[in-house]
Design a protein around this ligand. Structure first.
Ligand code: DLL
Length: 439
């Protein structure tokens, strides 16, 4: 089901909306947000210089540091009293990023989430269970309002208490599951361990996942756990860009459709800031076209993706962004080599003998960086054969080495041994940071 006509416009029609809104948004930001005005003045750009979409490139980037420098409300374009809602990103270090919404922003956000919910297969009358943590995280309330808006029934079960989640799933007849993909996999494991048959005992049809990446191996695992009828889609967003509702996959599973009448996406070379052509991989930069409380012009997301513009078989004409292949700030430097956790994940996910759970631990012994990868076996079939385990560990080690050029200590763990997460999974522990090392 296609929720809004804006998802099927011609490129010309989309671009007409984009340029009109961009001009308005740049003027709004320049007049009302002092840090934007200062940046634009320093770059010698005035709102009237924005005449075509290409002129977007004249505008300076916004970055996470702008939030830190102007915490909590310094980037807002309206007085605090005009805000209807506040959210914040967790922020592992320092202060969180505070974001806010006017009533009009709330309406747009809700509409955008309704679109991605429908893209993923949700329909009016669905029973949607939201297993994101309710609170300052945008995921839970974002999906909550978007799903209610399409006429779904929402069960705000929040995160945790896995057995109770499953009880509700059975008793309420949940058809749409909303969660991080890692928590959904954990739910699936517990469902199996309870001896339930997802096809007979549950009515799950749609999984709207997001907040973190889902590899193809994880998606395949979803089918094993929840049945072939299950449609598992990825949804992208971030607190600074409202939250969920920026982009989402449709059942064709060929990238995430961007709500282009609300967001302009660009891909840049993260080192030079140069805008890259269609299909090239780089850092995703998003300009929000309708956000009034907290305008975002050319926000550097640090997420790595590519863009495609050809219309999709589903009937939508909006540009698509490829599922993320990491973040620019994910990069670890180990013995001088640049390592992205997604590279390790790619190696591991190609091996059927291991589960989607892994952990990378980086440390320093003396002067030398070390990397250990803990990997969990998919099942018990190899557990009793020392020789097979040795062979598997050597294969993983040599594949990791051929991709990264680095030796890693591989530690195989029994099924179910590695930590499960209720929210976003944490896969990397860099102990060098606690040693005060700059890495
Ligand atoms: O995670 C918003 C969201 C909630 C999106 C629920 C979708 C569903 P933040 O907490 O601010 O916001 O984190 C944003 O999470 O920059 C990405 O690095 C990562 N992320 C979000 N969605 C995806 C995804 C929400 N589908 C950060 N795939 C982003 C991979 C994702 N990473």
């Amino acid at each position: 089901m296609i929720w809004a006509k804006e998802e099927t416009l011609s490129r010309k029609e989309i671009e007409e909306i984009q340029i009109a809104r961009l001009k308005e948004q740049v003027a709004w930001s320049y007049e009302r947000v002092a840090p934007y005005r200062a940046k634009m003045d320093a770059a010698g750009v005035k709102p009237e210089h924005i005449r075509t979409l290409k002129d977007l490139q004249l505008l300076p980037f916004s970055v996470k540091q702008d939030f830190r420098d102007n915490y909590p409300f310094g980037l807002f374009a309206v007085e605090r009293e005009k805000l209807q809602r506040i959210h914040a990103s967790s922020g592992t270090t320092g202060k969180p990023t505070v974001v806010g919404y006017t009533p009009e922003d709330m309406k747009n956000w809700t509409e955008n989430v309704s679109r991605i919910a429908c893209q993923g297969g949700a329909v009016p009358g669905d029973m949607a269970q939201i297993c994101f943590g309710y609170g300052m995280f945008t995921g839970a309330l974002g999906l909550h309002f978007g799903l209610e808006n399409i006429g779904a029934t929402v069960a705000p079960t929040s995160s945790g208490n896995t057995k109770k989640q499953i009880m509700f799933m059975q008793d309420l007849g949940t058809t749409v599951l909303v969660a991080t993909p890692s928590y959904a996999l954990y739910l699936g494991e517990v469902i199996q361990s309870m001896g339930l048959d997802p096809k007979k005992d549950l009515k799950l049809r749609v999984g709207l996942f997001g907040g973190e990446g889902m590899t193809e191996a994880m998606r395949q695992q979803m089918y094993v756990l929840f049945g072939e009828q299950f449609c598992a889609t990825q949804n992208y967003g971030m607190s600074e860009l409202n939250g969920p509702g920026v982009a989402g996959e449709c059942p064709e599973l060929c990238g995430m459709h961007i709500n282009e009448d609300h967001f302009i996406a660009e891909i840049i070379n993260p080192d030079t800031g140069e805008v890259l052509p269609e299909g090239e991989k780089g850092e995703l930069v998003i300009t929000c076209l309708t956000k009034k409380a907290l305008p975002m012009i050319r926000y550097r997301t640090r997420d790595i993706s590519r863009l495609f513009y050809e219309p999709c078989k589903c009937g939508r004409t909006t540009a698509r962004m490829e599922n993320l292949s990491g973040r620019t700030d994910d990069m670890l430097i180990i013995r001088g080599v640049n390592v992205f956790p997604s590279q390790v994940e790619e190696v591991l996910s190609a091996m059927p003998q291991i589960s989607p759970y892994y952990e990378i631990i980086v440390d320093r012994k003396g002067q030398l960086d070390t990397m250990e990868i803990k990997v969990e076996l998919a099942d018990n079939s190899l557990v009793d054969s020392y020789g097979e385990l040795e062979k598997l560990s050597a294969t993983i080690g040599s594949r990791v080495k051929s991709v990264l050029g680095l030796d890693a200590a591989i530690r195989l763990e029994a099924p179910g041994k590695l930590q499960r997460f209720e929210g976003k999974a944490k896969r990397v522990t860099d102990n060098r940071k606690s040693l005060g090392l700059n890495c």
